[in-house]
Design a protein around this ligand. Structure first.
Ligand SMILES: *Cc1c(COP(=O)(O)O)cnc(C)c1O
Length: 516
C-alpha cells in the first residue's frame, strides 16, 4: 500500500498505442498530446544514423517528459529510478513510450537504419539535465526531511500535473465558462460519492451553508443552533440570511457539538440545527436526527471538513436534510480556487438551492425569488472531478498518518490526542492535539524553531468574535470551546506528507516534552 515516500499516483513509464488509420492511400499514424501522452509537446527531435554499437542516454531529466516513437528499425531503452527498472524494446511505429521526468535512461541495441522520434514537453534547458549518476541518486533518494510544512499544496500540483493540464485544456477547448456538462458531471459524481440523491455546485462553502437556509425560508426572527467551536463561517451563514445564531458548547473531549445540550436551547423561534463535523470527525447524528424530526427542525450538516468521513458506516453529508461542502483549496477535496456544493436526498431542495444561486431564476430572465450569484464554475468542476478519483486514497493516507501519530505520541503527560467515538471513521482534515498547562504556544514555538509548521483551529472561539458583539452572548457559557481555543494545536497531517515527515514531528514533540 502506501508505505514508502513516493506519492501514490506518481507516473511510471508506459507504452501507449498509436492510432493507425489504414486506407488504400496508405497508413496515417496519430498521437494526441494531452489525450494520449498526457502533456503537450513543445519540441520534436529525432535520432538516426545509429549503429548496433551506438549507446545513447546516460542522463535523466528533472522536469522534462518525453515520448519516444521508433519510426524505423528498433532500439532498447532501459529506464530506472528508485531501484525500479523498466526495459522496453521499441521496434514498431504503432507504440509510443511515455517517459516521465526523473528516470535515468540508457538507449542501446539499435538496428542499423533506426529512426527514433522524440516529443518533449519543454524546450531544451541544460539546467534540468542530470548527467552525473551520483547527483541522480541524490535527486531521487527520499531525503530525510529537515523541515515539515503544515501543508504544501504544490505537491498536489506536481503530482497531478498532467491531469490538471487536461482539465484546464478541456475547459479552454469547450468554450463554456459558466454552466454546462462538466458541472452536471461533477455534481452527479459528488452526490454519488456522498450517497445522496442530488448535489448543487455553488461558489464556496459559505454559500453552501446559507443557500439551504434561504431555500427553507429561514431569515429574520428565526434562530439556528450552531456549535461555539467551529470556523466562523457556520455562524456567519446564519447571520447572513438574517437569522440569529444560537451557540451550543462542545463536548470537552471531542470538541464537537454537545448534542445532549441542544434540546435545552430550542425555543419557538428555532428553525434549524447545524452540526459541524469538525476536523473531519463526525458528530453524533442519531440523537440530532431524532430531535430535529420530533421538533420539526431543519438539520443541515456543515461537512466542509468531512469529505468521505463515516458515521456508523454512513457518509457524512447523507445523514440529515442537507449538507454543505467546501472545496476551498486546503480541504480534503480542494479546487484551485473557491468552490462548494450542497448535497441532499431531497432533489426539490437541491433545485431550490440551484435556482437561488442563479439569481432566483427558474429560467433565463425570469426571477421568482430574490436570489444571489453563487455558481460552481466548470473549470473548477473539471478539476474537482479529477481530484475526486483520489479522495479515498488520500483519506486513507490521512488515516494512516493519524495512526502513526496515535502510536508515536501516546502516553505523554500534558498532551491530549484527539478523541473519537468507536462509531466514527474520521478523515482527519485537521489533527488537533491539546497541550495542557498553558504550554501550547511554547510547543508551537519549539516546532517552529525546527521548521515544523503548525496551525491553531481556532484561536478565537465564535462567541468571542467581535463581529457578533451585538448578540451579547454570555462569554462564560462556552467553557469547552474556550479551552479548545487556548489549548489546541494542529500538527501537520496531509495525504501528501511522508511517513518520515510525520516521524520528525513526533520526535520533535517528544523532545519538547522530554526537555520539560
Ligand atoms: C472551510 C469551512 C467553511 C467555509 O468554506 P469556504 O469555502 O471557505 O467558504 C465552513 N465551515 C467550515 C467548518 C469550514 O471548515
Amino acid at each position: 500500500m502506501l508505505e514508502n515516500n513516493e506519492s501514490s499516483n506518481q507516473e511510471t513509464p508506459r507504452l501507449v498505442d498509436i492510432k493507425l488509420i489504414n486506407d488504400p492511400r496508405g497508413a496515417l499514424g496519430v498521437i494526441e498530446g494531452m489525450a494520449d501522452v498526457g502533456f503537450n509537446f513543445k519540441r520534436f527531435y529525432f535520432i538516426t544514423k545509429l549503429s548496433e554499437l551506438s549507446e545513447r542516454g546516460g542522463h535523466a531529466h528533472k522536469t522534462l517528459r518525453q515520448c519516444f516513437i521508433c519510426l524505423r528499425g528498433g532500439m532498447t531503452i532501459t529506464l530506472e529510478a528508485r531501484g525500479e527498472t523498466f526495459s522496453f524494446r521499441l521496434d514498431s511505429y504503432d507504440k509510443a513510450l511515455i517517459v516521465p521526468a526523473g528516470y535515468w535512461r540508457e538507449l542501446r541495441e539499435f538496428d542499423d537504419e533506426s529512426l527514433v522520434a522524440v516529443l518533449a514537453s519543454d524546450h531544451y534547458d541544460e539546467g534540468e539535465y542530470i548527467r552525473d549518476r551520483r547527483e541522480f541518486e541524490l535527486f531521487t533518494r527520499p531525503a530525510s526531511p529537515s523541515s515539515v510544512p503544515y501543508l504544501d499544496l504544490n505537491r498536489y500540483i506536481v503530482n497531478m500535473r498532467s491531469e490538471l493540464d487536461v482539465a484546464i485544456e478541456s475547459s479552454l477547448d469547450s468554450g463554456i465558462f459558466i454552466g454546462g456538462d462538466a458541472i452536471q458531471r461533477f455534481e452527479a459524481e459528488f452526490s454519488h460519492y456522498c450517497s445522496t440523491v442530488a448535489a448543487a455546485g455553488v461558489a464556496n462553502g459559505f454559500d453552501a451553508l446559507q443557500l439551504p437556509l434561504r431555500a427553507k425560508g429561514i431569515g429574520p426572527g428565526d434562530e439556528v443552533i450552531v456549535p461555539a467551536h467551529t470556523f466562523v463561517a457556520t455562524a456567519l451563514a446564519v447571520a447572513q440570511v438574517g437569522a440569529t445564531p444560537v451557540l451550543v458548547d462542545v463536548e470537552p473531549d471531542t470538541g464537537l457539538m454537545d448534542v445532549a445540550s441542544v434540546e435545552n436551547l430550542i425555543t419557538d423561534r428555532t428553525r434549524a440545527i447545524i452540526p459541524v463535523h469538525l476536523y473531519g470527525c463526525p458528530v453524533d447524528m442519531d440523537p440530532l436526527i431524532e430531535i430535529a424530526s420530533r421538533r420539526g427542525l431543519f438539520l443541515l450538516e456543515d461537512a466542509a471538513q468531512a469529505h468521505g468521513a463515516l458515521y456508523k458506516g454512513r457518509k457524512c453529508g447523507s445523514l440529515s436534510d442537507a449538507a454543505a461542502f467546501s472545496f476551498y483549496p486546503t480541504k480534503n477535496l480542494g479546487a484551485l480556487g473557491d468552490a462548494g456544493a450542497v448535497v441532499s436526498n431531497d432533489s426539490a431542495l437541491i433545485g431550490q438551492v440551484r435556482m437561488l444561486g442563479n439569481y432566483g431564476a427558474p429560467r433565463k430572465y425570469q426571477h421568482d425569488q430574490v436570489g444571489m450569484n453563487s455558481r460552481l464554475d466548470p473549470l473548477q468542476a473539471r478539476i474537482l472531478s479529477k481530484k475526486l478519483k483520489y479522495l479515498n486514497e488520500w483519506n486513507s493516507r490521512r488515516q494512516q498518518y493519524a495512526r502513526q501519530y496515535f502510536a508515536g505520541l501516546s502516553n505523554i503527560d500534558g498532551l491530549q490526542l484527539p478523541v473519537t467515538r468507536d462509531w466514527a471513521k474520521p478523515v482527519w482534515h485537521v489533527f488537533s492535539v491539546k497541550v495542557l498547562d498553558s504550554r501550547r504556544d511554547q510547543l508551537q514555538e519549539a516546532l517552529s524553531r525546527r521548521a515544523i509548521g503548525t496551525n491553531i483551529h481556532y484561536p478565537i472561539p465564535v462567541h468571542r468574535q467581535r463581529c457578533f458583539a451585538d448578540l451579547k452572548w454570555d462569554l462564560d457559557a462556552y467553557p469547552n470551546a474556550d479551552r479548545f481555543s487556548q489549548q489546541s494545536l494542529s500538527l501537520p497531517l496531509d495525504a501528501l506528507h511522508t511517513p518520515d515527515e510525520i516521524k520528525l514531528v513526533i520526535d520533535t514533540v517528544r523532545d519538547f516534552f522530554n526537555a520539560l
